[in-house]
Design a protein around this ligand. Sequence first.
Ligand SMILES: NC(=O)c1ccc[n+]([C@@H]2O[C@H](COP(=O)([O-])OP(=O)(O)OC[C@H]3O[C@@H](n4cnc5c(N)ncnc54)[C@H](O)[C@@H]3O)[C@@H](O)[C@H]2O)c1
Ligand SMILES: O=c1ccn([C@@H]2O[C@H](COP(=O)(O)OP(=O)(O)O[C@H]3O[C@H](CO)[C@@H](O)[C@H](O)[C@H]3O)[C@@H](O)[C@H]2O)c(=O)[nH]1
Length: 433
Amino acid sequence: MKISVIGTGYVGLVAGACFADSGNDVVCVDINAEKIARLRAGEVPIYEPGLEELIVRNVREGRLSFTTDLSGTVGGSQVVFIAVGTPEGESGDADLSYVLTAAEAIGRALKQYTVVVDKSTVPVGTAERVRRTIAAVTRVEFDVVSNPEFLKEGAALEDFTRPDRVVIGTDSEQARAIMADLYAPFVRTGKPLIFMDAASAELTKYAANAMLATRISFMNDIACLCEKVGADVEMVRKGMGADKRIGHSFLFPGVGYGGSCFPKDVKALGATAREAGVEFDLLRAVERTNERQKRLLVHKALRHFGPSLEGRQLGVWGLAFKPRTDDMREAPSVEIIEGLLAKGARIVAHDPVATASAQRVFGNRITYAPGPYAAAEGADALFIVTEWNEFRHPDFDRLKHIMKTPVIFDGRNLFEPERMRERGFTYFCLGRG
Ligand SMILES: NC(=O)c1ccc[n+]([C@@H]2O[C@H](COP(=O)([O-])OP(=O)(O)OC[C@H]3O[C@@H](n4cnc5c(N)ncnc54)[C@H](O)[C@@H]3O)[C@@H](O)[C@H]2O)c1
Ligand SMILES: O=c1ccn([C@@H]2O[C@H](COP(=O)(O)OP(=O)(O)O[C@H]3O[C@H](CO)[C@@H](O)[C@H](O)[C@H]3O)[C@@H](O)[C@H]2O)c(=O)[nH]1
């Protein structure tokens, strides 16, 4: 099948590469000429495990290419995916300007019946707005399908090629058949293609993200409660998760959820509810807990060191919002580091892949260390912010030896508090004694 993908971000690039790898002829389009030039030179502008190899191979084998020329590409495609950004708008709602601009450009370029697929995360009613936007500029036949994406950064290829489900919102039989054909290679193991109307598909995406964010905030509140009452959140988490109705995933307390999706999508769902006159108080509480959680490590540090961190050197392990990505969007590290800087601390941080993207956030206000031990050297305390695997089994003797004082604020509960005390560390974590 001939496919165009509009937008070469985390979603567009992954979708484009995976569709090409299942034998389709894919052209990825972006308005960012520098990104396209890099991609054409074989350089992938984001870090996502396995993506570069997949792109390079599919380009070499002639199934995948990159262009800034939307109008020259879309006309020859049977399916066009919109995978542009939908950032937070002024009042918390989703900013649809990129989606609607792309839709109009697609409309002008159509030459034959085409399925236009909205893969971006968009509020209820957007498929209809996209349809109207395209219909206003063309007489060619087309269908608009809502096909939200559920991949996680850091595991994007696995999630895309082995999805738990594929949600397809359309009332067109023709579009339904084309989408089923396109996704057939990814649901061979029996995972469902779930067909529904476009509005339900659009809402499914926000509901899923908001539910996952709710679980995280719930566990962060449980962790705070554990600290106050002398319970151990790791035990509570295991005990809760063993109930099949609850399950173990997305119950890890941490420094608050971040990334390009949960924060904006919880807000956008709140905006949809407000507009619809539905009181959705739970969402506001989920956000409030998350705001508190992002400040927690700084509060713990101030309780330990006193109200000023002037003259203190603090090490930070992990800058990206989660492991296996270089994405700094809404990363809790930003709030934590800004909080520590504001109290006068000097920061030396290490992240295995996010240094370049972190430099765009912090500039030279912090120091970037080439490795975890270099970040901890001479530090008054070490902050663990992102749970990269390489931080899980450090040489504790070496760490203790190189730090000025062996104090750790662990925002990811990587270690056993009892063992850390035996090793000679002053160890603070979340919801454990
Ligand atoms: N990042 C994720 O993990 C993830 C997962 C599921 C869904 N989503 C959703 O998918 C959408 C895309 O997210 P992302 O993280 O890939 O975004 P991104 O910001 O990484 O990339 C978007 C790309 O679209 C390009 N673009 C904007 N307008 C364009 C136009 N008119 N024509 C061509 N290109 C254009 C931008 O230059 C940019 O390269 C969002 O709605 C997001 O909520 C993201
Ligand atoms: O038990 C957990 C799980 C996650 N997180 C945090 O939650 C955030 C989001 O993590 P994750 O969901 O793994 O990454 P994303 O790439 O943001 O993926 C989410 O957002 C995407 C964009 O909408 C969706 O497609 C995915 O299904 C959804 O998981 C990160 O800050 C994590 O540290 C926790 O604090 N505790």
